[in-house]
Structures are given as structure tokens and as C-alpha cells.
Design a protein around this ligand. Structure first.
Ligand code: NAP
Length: 246
């Protein structure tokens, strides 16, 4: 088994996931850069990591598909002999009036954003439990705590991630595995700019006590902390990284 620490980051081809992956690589982790459709981006991130002396692999997998998730986790274990850290970051967003949300919209939101966390946690845990070691970091959202108008399904699954994390933290604590959430505020990524116009983004910056939209790096720094030994005694927590928004 390799002495190098290994991290699997889902949705690592863009935005927050890409920043977390790069930050973990800088901290000495070998990384699995999971992507679903953005293959080229994922390869570019791996190149950047390698240029800085880091190591890793890209891996295509839809987190809502359990068979594909199991394949990714088996691949990581085959490469590294273990998985030290799992970051469940992959996610989708959608702006719709509650009355317009279709059954398909609802099911997709659930299967990617919450089902993906369930799939990845359940797939990785047997390996972590065997070693009595591991850290799971789940990316929720401020909207999971306070709720967002026109994002009822998104807010519901993000609240679900918090409940899942708190319960799972208690269940796996005897195996010395920690489970924590990060709840980002408004972060400048494709997700924000695809869903909201410039005026709304500027209003959100004004409503943020620290007076700005966050960066993917803001979230990456928090994830690196929770992935490190400095967070060994922290579990079942929700770390808000939101400029004071919530
Ligand atoms: P983003 O820029 O839209 O990136 C989303 C990432 O998720 C991409 O890498 C995408 O991969 C991946 N993804 C989507 N569906 C997937 C699937 N079925 N299987 C595997 N990967 C999938 O979003 P972001 O802003 O970085 O968001 C990252 C996380 O932070 C999400 O969970 C989001 O809900 C949360 N968050 C974001 C904000 C914000 O303001 N940006 C605030 C709070 C929470 P491909 O491109 O390869 O398909």
C-alpha cells in the first residue's frame, strides 16, 4: 500500500471541485479527478497538477450511477491501495418556480446531488472501515440551511446532505472516520453565472457581509483543512464558507 495519501474528488472538472483537487494535490495528495462530461477540462487540471509535481488520474463517472461509482472507487483502490479522503462535490442546480418543477427535475436533482453522495459514501466506506481511517467531506450549500426561493428541490437535497452527514458521522465514528460538510455561500463558478444574471450576482455580493462573491479557492482551503490531520477531532459539522451570509 502506498504511503502517499489519496483523495477522490467528484465533479472535479470545473469550479469548486477543480480548486479542491488542485489544493489537495498541493497538500501532497494523489488525486482522482472525477468528471462526467468535461473530459478536456479534467485532463487540463491533471496537467496543471503534474506541472506542480503532483500526481493523479482523471476518471469519468456519473455519480448518480452506482455501477460507475463502484468502478471509480475500485480503480482508486487499485491505484493507491486505499482512499484517505472522499470529497462529494459533484452537483447540478436549477432555477424554477416550485409549481413548475417536474417529476423528472425533482428525480434528477435527488439522484445527482443526494444519490451521488449516498453512492460514493456507501462505495468507499468498506475500504475506510477496514483501515479504521478516512475523511469524507460533503459539499452542501447555504441554501440547504436557509432555503432559496425558486430552488426548492436544490435546497431540499442540500439540506439532505447535511442530515446524511451528521447521521453518518455518528455511525462511522467508532471506525475513526470523520464526515463533515462545507456549506458554501455564493461562489463564482459556471453554476452561479449560468443560473443568475449579473444584477442578481451583484445583489448577492452586496447582501454578503464580507461584501464579495466567494472564489473556488475559498472553498478549497476549507476542504484542505478538513482533509488534514488538524481536523482529526472534528466530525458531524457544517462549516459555513459564505462571507457571513448565513
Ligand atoms: P459547476 O461549476 O457547475 O461544476 C459542477 C461539477 O459537477 C462539474 O465538474 C460537473 O462535471 C460535475 N457534475 C455534475 N453532474 C455530475 C454527475 N452526474 N456526475 C459527476 N459529476 C457531475 O458547479 P460548482 O459551483 O463548482 O459547484 C460544486 C458544488 O458546490 C456543487 O455541489 C454545488 O451545489 C455546490 N455549491 C456551489 C455554490 C456556488 O455558488 N457555486 C454554492 C453552494 C454550493 P462535468 O462538467 O464533467 O459534467
Amino acid at each position: 500500500m502506498s504511503n502517499i495519501k489519496c483523495a477522490v474528488v467528484t465533479g472535479a472538472s470545473r469550479g469548486i471541485g477543480a480548486a479542491i483537487t488542485k489544493e489537495l494535490a498541493l497538500c501532497g495528495f494523489s488525486v482522482i479527478i472525477n468528471y462526467n462530461s468535461s473530459k478536456h477540462n479534467a485532463e487540463k487540471i491533471l496537467e496543471d497538477i503534474q506541472k506542480n509535481g503532483g500526481t493523479g488520474y482523471t476518471y469519468k463517472c456519473d455519480v448518480s450511477d452506482r455501477t460507475e461509482v463502484d468502478g471509480m472507487i475500485e480503480f482508486a483502490v487499485k491505484q493507491f491501495g486505499k482512499i484517505d479522503v472522499l470529497v462529494n462535490n459533484a452537483g447540478i442546480a436549477q432555477q424554477k418556480l416550485f409549481t413548475d418543477i417536474t417529476a423528472d427535475d425533482w428525480n434528477k436533482m435527488l439522484s445527482v446531488n443526494l444519490g451521488g453522495v449516498f453512492n460514493c459514501c456507501q462505495s468507499v466506506l468498506p475500504y475506510m472501515i477496514r483501515r479504521k481511517s478516512g475523511k469524507i467531506i460533503n459539499i452542501s450549500s447555504v441554501w440547504g440551511s436557509v432555503g432559496a426561493s425558486c430552488e426548492v428541490h436544490y435546497s431540499a437535497v442540500k439540506a439532505g446532505i447535511i442530515g446524511l452527514s451528521k447521521a453518518l458521522a455518528k455511525e462511522v465514528a467508532p471506525s475513526h472516520i470523520t464526515v463533515n460538510c462545507i456549506a458554501p455561500g455564493c461562489i463564482m463558478t459556471d453554476m452561479l453565472t449560468n443560473e443568475l444574471d449579473e444584477e442578481t450576482i451583484s445583489q448577492l455580493a452586496d447582501e454578503t457581509p464580507l461584501g464579495r462573491i466567494g472564489t473556488p479557492k475559498d472553498i478549497a482551503k476549507a476542504a484542505a483543512f478538513l482533509a488534514g490531520s488538524g481536523a482529526d477531532f472534528i466530525t458531524g459539522q457544517v462549516l459555513g464558507v459564505d462571507g457571513g451570509f448565513c
